[in-house]
Ligand binder design. Structure first.
Ligand code: NAP
Length: 473
């Protein structure tokens, strides 16, 4: 595929190969952008903003509605691209394509709800005879950097609200999965988006990232990805707005009064969805000691039913990790935990990029797989005695995206909801639940700001105050 620069689809001699991580077959190539391409993107985005800021809300919303309609029509095509270039199974990919339609539809709806308020200037002495209000205006050029694990919907989560708010976008998708993003850009243009409004540039983050991130023409960076790249970007950004959707190692508490079978089912799915490459995937399970053995036995039994392998086979539950290198990293972390005293209850083996779903117990606190984000198909079980201990252990690490608790006791549920230190608590649900229109984001190293269309729109627009100093009335 080509990249979209300065209103045109362009190719370059230097290419990046996009391969299927299951069998390393070539899916397609994309151009490898260089520094000159970055400059073209930056200059064009400024011109693009001159167009988008003058478009009516109605026109912007209509384009987003039409984009959603085209994606809905071609859902299977999008699902096939997601499943080929990334590591999702075809069924997981279909769900992502369906969610993308919703993300774009809600973006179109929310475009019409960006409002301001009147301001009571006379509420403080000195403000007499003043009347006014604020309205929200677009920020300008927004640089959107996206990860590999939801290669379509997370792009829609940035393009939808950015355009709903009247901004221009430079999109830099993950190098391993650029095709879903380019296809969405193509559909957006087909739906009527002025091509100058969107620059979709493909290239290696470490090679072109600093130039994009540090440029003063970019007024906001909306980044979703890992902590390391996120930290680097914050050091290069200079004075501009930054939104950061980073990782986590999500805790879930399973209490002795919950529906155990349901908790097992929900947590197994939450641990291994997308081969665990999921920012809200369950990584730490704190289980009440009275039900620990039963939960463990059932959890391992359910995990062992998972079919690992070919993503395009309808029966497969878990596809490969995004690269063999990533699968090797997870293998190393599992073995390190084992060397430090952890027990592998099931899994722990690798075949190329495929890593079997793995359940661990007795994981010591100094094992990397305990305190870092694993971003792979592994989960740790820990028995706990009381709710204070469960909450304290859940909060003990420097991440805080979502947390979960299974209980039928409303007091315990409320206590957990208020004391768990994170961006959202799922009660009787694993952490792997997200409605695309809910406020989504984390505390601590899990991020800065919130996404979730309406909330992204707040971040991607600024309030402007208008104050009329009137003659005495
Ligand atoms: P990543 O390695 O951090 O890459 C994310 C994006 O950043 C890619 O487009 C990458 O480009 C780019 N990038 C890397 N270095 C850069 C630099 N120096 N300057 C500018 N851009 C740079 O993350 P990933 O492996 O794709 O995704 C996994 C991570 O994303 C996990 O930590 C996961 O938890 C997190 N995530 C968070 C959320 C959320 O909403 N909170 C959602 C999904 C994923 P290249 O591909 O070219 O390197």
């Amino acid at each position: 595929m080509k990249m979209l620069l300065n209103g045109e689809w362009v190719d370059r001699d230097k290419k990046i190969e996009v391969t299927d991580p299951f069998d390393n077959s070539l899916v397609d190539t994309v151009p490898q952008a260089d520094k000159a391409d970055v400059e073209i993107a930056l200059a064009a985005a400024v011109k693009g903003f001159e167009i988008t800021k003058k478009m009516t809300v109605y026109d912007r919303a209509q384009i987003l509605f039409k984009t959603a309609a085209i994606v809905a029509e071609r859902q299977e095509e999008f699902a096939q691209i997601i499943a080929r270039e990334g590591s999702k199974t075809i069924n997981e990919a279909r769900k992502e394509a369906m969610r993308t339609v919703n993300t774009l539809t809600v973006s179109a709806e929310e475009a019409k709800r960006v409002m301001g308020e009147t301001i009571p200037f006379d509420s403080f002495p000195g403000g007499e005879n003043r009347k006014g209000y604020y309205y929200r205006f677009p920020i300008g050029v927004i640089l959107c950097i996206t990860p590999f694990n939801d290669p379509l919907n997370l792009v829609a989560h940035k393009l939808g609200p950015a355009f709903a708010g009247g901004n221009a976008v430079i999109l830099k998708p993950a190098t391993v999965t650029p095709l879903s993003a380019l296809k969405l850009a193509e559909v957006m243009v087909e739906a009527g988006m002025p091509p100058m409004a969107l620059q979709a540039i493909t290239g290696y983050g470490p090679a072109i990232g600093d130039q994009l991130v540090s440029d003063e023409r970019v007024r906001m960076i909306s980044f979703t990805g890992g902590l390391e790249a996120g930290k680097h970007i914050t050091t290069k950004a200079g004075i501009k707005k930054i939104g950061m959707e980073l990782g986590s190692n999500s805790p879930v508490i399973v209490w002795n009064d919950c529906d155990l079978d349901y908790a097992v089912e929900s947590c197994v799915s939450g641990s291994f969805w997308a081969a665990g490459q999921n920012c809200i995937g369950v990584q730490r399970l704190y289980v009440h000691k009275e039900i620990y053995e039963k939960f463990k036995t059932e959890f391992v039994k359910q995990t062992e039913k998972y079919i690992v392998g070919n993503k395009l086979d309808e029966k497969t539950n878990i596809g490969p990790m995004i690269t063999e290198g990533e699968a090797k990293r997870v293998e190393k972390w599992v073995n390190e935990a084992k060397d430090k005293g952890a027990t592998i209850l099931t899994g722990g083996t690798r075949d190329g990029a495929c890593f079997r779903p793995t359940v661990l117990e007795n994981v010591p606190e100094n094992a990397t797989i305990h305190f870092e984000e694993v971003f792979g198909p592994t989960v740790n079980l820990y028995p706990v005695d009381d709710i204070d201990e469960a909450i304290a252990k859940s909060n003990a690490l420097p991440y805080g995206l979502l947390a979960g608790i299974f209980t039928s006791n409303v007091d315990i549920a409320f206590k957990a909801a208020y004391e768990l230190d994170c961006g959202g608590v799922m009660v009787n649900e694993s952490t792997d639940y997200r409605l695309d229109s809910m406020p989504f984001g984390g505390v601590k190293y899990s991020g800065l700001g919130r996404e979730g269309i309406k909330f992204s729109l707040q971040e991607m627009t600024e309030p402007k105050v208008i104050c009329f100093h009137l003659p005495k009335m």
